[in-house]
Ligand binder design. Structure first.
Ligand SMILES: *Cc1c(COP(=O)(O)O)cnc(C)c1O
Length: 384
């Protein structure tokens, strides 16, 4: 269809002018290293915070599960795609998070676009942090509920919105990242949980970057003294090193999701090796405290060296402004042997393009110091 191709080409040309075209780049990963254009780079752009995607015991668990159960699930879990490993994974997740139950979804993205529309609909209200992940905004939109965004991290603004809008709606949900994916800061979960109770709203925290990293591995609801979060969702694709999403909640909520969350019902179950890998990874997260605490410790080495606000998670942004400047800074670091991807709109708001540094347990301290020295003189010095 000519009109179809013209539409796509026209859109691409406009994005190209704004330097906003994105293409998947082939990256050969080898632990903390990545290969690009024939060069080996130390990568600070991977969410494998505990380096578990390459852990021998975890690989072994996946291989054994493939041999025993096959590489694919064959159907959705409610049909014939369930297998015994699921139950073990779900009970471990619930134990780690201190909830009655858990259910696993195909991915974190699928979890949020399933959970939110299962809980709220047309007559209801969703109050959401403006910088929450795309799949929270997507789930809120898909639900058909009235959506109000509060200023990033601003519980007082969330409360004002609830005071203004809560009365006109049946059910209400507050949704936020627990650790913000592009800023690395923690949500004020304690304050949000108090106002959730005060306004009869349900609090959902997305712990994609929290599990395995903050709160001694138990996630953002366990950091800073802890908070009562009845809906703790997250992903198995970051610190856990595998793939999949989950919700930890009460038994009633989890049973309801299994019957009503559409991505749970209408999407194929996870491959058995992936489920086995996640179980083995959670095992390690529960047992190896020093390893779990390492990414945050390394991120803090970096923020201390640069006099930045102390890292609250394994993610540290250095905001440079325009997309062009972020791309140039990323290219400069690549020439120095570091892979640090530039994050541009629409992933982050216009004018806040940035370098996003993700620290993992195995990053050598001496390299973090060298990286910080280069960033101090050639990125921060130039953009402040
Ligand atoms: C990565 C991410 C997701 C999506 O998880 P996937 O399992 O990769 O689909 C959801 N929420 C947040 C905050 C994320 O950073």
């Amino acid at each position: 269809m000519r009109s179809l191709d013209e539409f796509a080409s026209g859109k691409l040309a406009a994005l190209e002018r704004a330097r906003l075209v994105r293409t998947p780049v082939v990256t050969a990963r080898d632990g903390i290293f990545a290969e690009r254009g024939g060069r080996r780079l130390l990568s600070f752009s991977c969410n494998d915070y505990l380096n578990l995607s390459r852990h021998p015991a975890i690989i072994k668990a996946a291989v054994e599960a493939a041999q025993r159960y096959g590489v694919g699930a064959g159907a959705s879990r409610l049909v014939t795609g369930n297998h015994p490993l699921y139950e073990e994974l779900e009970s471990r997740l619930a134990r780690l998070k201190g909830t009655e139950a858990a259910c696993v979804f195909g991915s974190g993205y699928l979890a949020n676009i399933g959970i939110i529309p299962a809980l709220v609909g047309n007559d209801d209200l969703v109050v959401v942090d403006e910088l929450s992940h795309a799949c929270i905004h997507g789930g809120a939109k898909l639900s058909g509920a009235h959506v109000q965004r509060y200023r990033h991290g601003d519980a007082a603004h969330a409360e004002a919105l609830l005071a203004e809008h809560r009365g006109r709606h049946g059910r209400a949900l507050i949704a936020t990242d627990g650790v913000f994916s592009m800023d690395g800061d923690l949500a004020p979960l304690e304050e949000l949980s108090v106002l959730a109770k005060r306004h009869d709203a349900w609090l959902l925290a997305d712990d994609a970057h929290g599990l395995g990293v903050v709160g001694h591995g138990r996630g953002s609801s366990f950091a800073n003294g802890g908070a009562d979060v009845p809906l703790q969702m997250g992903t198995l694709s970051k610190a856990v090193g595998a793939y999949g999403g989950y919700l930890c909640a009460s038994g009633a909520v989890v049973d309801f999701m299994r019957t009503r969350a559409r991505p749970f019902i209408y999407s194929t179950g996870l491959p058995p090796p992936v489920v086995a890998a996640a179980i083995a990874a959670l095992d390690l997260i529960e047992r190896d405290e020093a390893h779990v605490d390492a990414p945050l410790r390394k991120a803090r080495l970096f923020t201390r060296a640069l006099n930045l606000p102390e890292a609250q998670s394994a993610i540290v942004p250095v905001i440079v402004g325009e997309a062009e400047a972020a791309l140039a800074a990323s290219a400069m670091l690549e020439a120095e042997g570091f892979l640090v991807v530039a994050i541009r709109p629409p992933t982050v708001p216009a004018g806040t393009a940035r370098l996003r540094f993700a620290f993992t347990a195995l990053h050598p301290e001496i390299e973090i110091e060298r990286l910080a020295a280069i960033v101090r003189t050639r990125v921060i010095g130039r953009h402040s």
